[in-house]
Ligand binder design. Structure first.
Ligand SMILES: [Cu+2]
Length: 551
């Protein structure tokens, strides 16, 4: 239900739009005002304004949109153009994966499957443009991975058939269409891929968790909308380079969502499904950041529960957290919030080497931010989800001391490899490469353990780097900026987001992040995968390389 004030805002906006006036994205605040006098407040669905959080969170259960589909046989998935009511009462064009099982229809289903099971699916492309699905985080043969070279045209079909080798965890699937990933993912082509195993069941049992009730998959996305409430995606040259930012926050496709909770522990499977936005997550009551417990990262459970009060989450990353809503009293609200941080977008001396000429006096990041059409600059504080604590039995969770085993990758004698991120010709590069479909940046030996030292120059921007086909372990962060160093409680400069098995790691300007990767696999022949930035505009702009695992 909309509150009176919001209805008034909507009515006002509608009137402006109907009168042929400015679209409501310009209602009130061009960017210049934000730079001059701090960010504007109270546009419709402005996530900074706590009282906007009125829409009931969409929780996946049963069939239908985001329904939980326990995979019980081969699936026929159809990527299709459809519409979806993202803003209340306003249909927006949207892209969906449609499928059926046992007579039930699903759109963008949350696929759930047992570790070790076989996954068989066909993808039919019913779009007007090429597409392909990538199973993010899964260890599959290259031909099953959704490499951009596997992209199929309109009317085409792709057959997937692989064993789910990964341990239990919160994975996801999304489009990886060559140079169309950002636009297609933004318009809907993404959902969860949950893998179950004994460790996962043990945690669920110990905490009495139930998927869709107290165990909530939560995809966080920022979007822009036009005057009619339709999704807007129109990156200019600067946004195509830096990344497209939204200014309305969706949790499970619900804008400004609210969820009632009782004083007990909830599991939130947080997925950053945004194109380019990084979040500094905290659960806040009043102005106090409350404790939460991280139990898993990209590739499933970590070894021990780790209690923190904040964590960064970059595009593509997942964080499995336990939150005890009993930390607040019935009637109180808690906000899952992104706290203020330094966005570090090309800061430092302007117009230096690699910077843009003729821009002295203004950092390039500042200049770029001033050219963004989003009213919500990167690093600004805003809300994502409101948890309203209601009366109920106080349940105090008894967490197992050990969640799972994460065996360290043996790194003695490992091959060392330097991965250098850089910028040139208005695009971001990896080891000097911009993506070419048939160009292999380097070979690795099947079965080899490698240590990749991923370095980001001081004058750059944060890049969430994602590897296909394999998971890695973060060994060390070197040269971290203060906001990361302050969270480095886990040895070797690592933060809680670095623990366990990872497939995506955020590399900040000035940092070198060392990761260990074991290239063992049992697929026949050479296997070619991509390694890329998961800022989707960066990826589509060519911040991606092929690497080949030689048999
Ligand atoms: Cu990037």
């Amino acid at each position: 239900m909309l509150k009176r004030r919001q209805l008034f805002q909507f009515a006002g906006v509608a009137a402006v739009a109907a009168a042929g006036g400015a679209a409501w994205m310009y209602y009130g605040s061009p960017r210049s005002e934000a730079l001059a006098g701090g960010p504007f407040r109270h546009y419709p669905f402005d996530p900074v304004a706590a009282d906007n959080f009125q829409q009931k969170l969409f929780i996946p259960v049963g069939s239908g949109p985001f329904g939980v589909l326990d995979v019980a046989g081969p699936l026929k998935i159809r990527a299709t153009a459809a519409s979806f009511p993202l803003l209340p009462g306003r249909e927006s064009p949207f892209l969906l994966y449609q499928t059926e099982q046992a007579g039930k229809a699903y759109q963008n289903p949350i696929l759930r499957i047992e570790s070790g099971a076989r996954f068989t699916a066909s993808l039919d492309n019913a779009l007007q443009e090429p597409t392909i699905i990538h199973w993010h985080g899964l260890h599959t043969p290259a031909a099953m991975d959704g490499h951009p070279a596997s992209t199929i045209g309109p009317g085409g079909r792709y057959a997937y058939d692989f064993k789910v080798n990964n341990r239990g965890g919160t994975y996801w699937y999304h489009t990886h269409a060559h140079e169309l990933t950002a636009e297609q993912a933004y318009h809907g082509l993404a959902s969860f891929f949950l893998v179950d195993d004994d460790d996962q069941r043990r945690v669920s049992k110990a905490l009495d968790l139930q998927l869709g009730v107290t165990d909530l998959p939560l995809v966080i996305q920022d979007k822009q909308f036009d005057a009619q409430g339709k999704l807007l995606y129109k990156p200019g040259a600067h946004e195509a380079m830096m990344g497209w930012l939204g200014d309305i926050m969706l949790a499970n496709l619900t804008p400004n969502a609210v969820q009632a909770v009782t004083p007990r522990t909830y599991r939130l499977r947080l997925l950053n499904g945004s194109n380019a936005r990084i979040y500094r997550l905290a659960f806040v009551r009043g102005n106090k950041a409350l404790d939460f417990t991280v139990i898993g990262t990209d590739g499933g459970l970590i070894e021990r529960p780790e209690t923190v009060s904040e964590a960064f989450l970059a595009p593509g990353e997942r964080l499995d957290v336990l939150f005890d809503a009993g930390q607040a009293r019935p009637g109180e609200d808690i906000f899952l919030r992104s706290l203020t941080f330094d966005a570090m977008e090309n800061e430092g001396p302007a117009a230096g080497p690699g910077g843009m000429p003729g821009m002295s006096g203004m950092g390039m990041g500042q200049m770029m931010a001033s050219m963004s059409s989003s009213r919500l600059p990167l690093g600004l504080e805003f809300n994502i989800l409101k948890l309203s604590v209601t009366a109920g039995e106080r349940v105090v969770a008894k967490l197992p001391a050990t969640l799972s085993q994460v065996k360290p990758i043996p790194t003695e004698g490992a091959t060392q490899r330097k991965i250098e991120l850089s910028m040139g010709q208005m695009r971001f590069l990896i080891n000097g490469y911009t993506f070419r479909m048939d160009e292999i940046a380097f070979d690795v030996k099947r079965g080899a353990v490698e240590i990749w030292s991923i370095s980001n120059p001081a004058l750059g921007m944060p890049h969430p780097m994602h590897i296909h086909g394999f998971s890695f372990q973060v060994l060390e962060r070197i040269g971290s900026p203060p906001q990361i160093a302050a969270m480095a409680r886990f040895g070797q400069g690592r933060t809680v987001s670095d623990l366990g098995w990872k497939d995506t790691v955020l590399v900040w300007p000035g940092e070198t992040v060392r990761v260990a990767i074991d290239f063992a696999h049992d697929y026949p022949g050479d296997q070619t995968y991509v390694f890329h930035c998961h800022n989707l505009e960066h990826e589509d702009g060519g911040m991606m390389i092929n690497f080949r695992v030689k048999a």
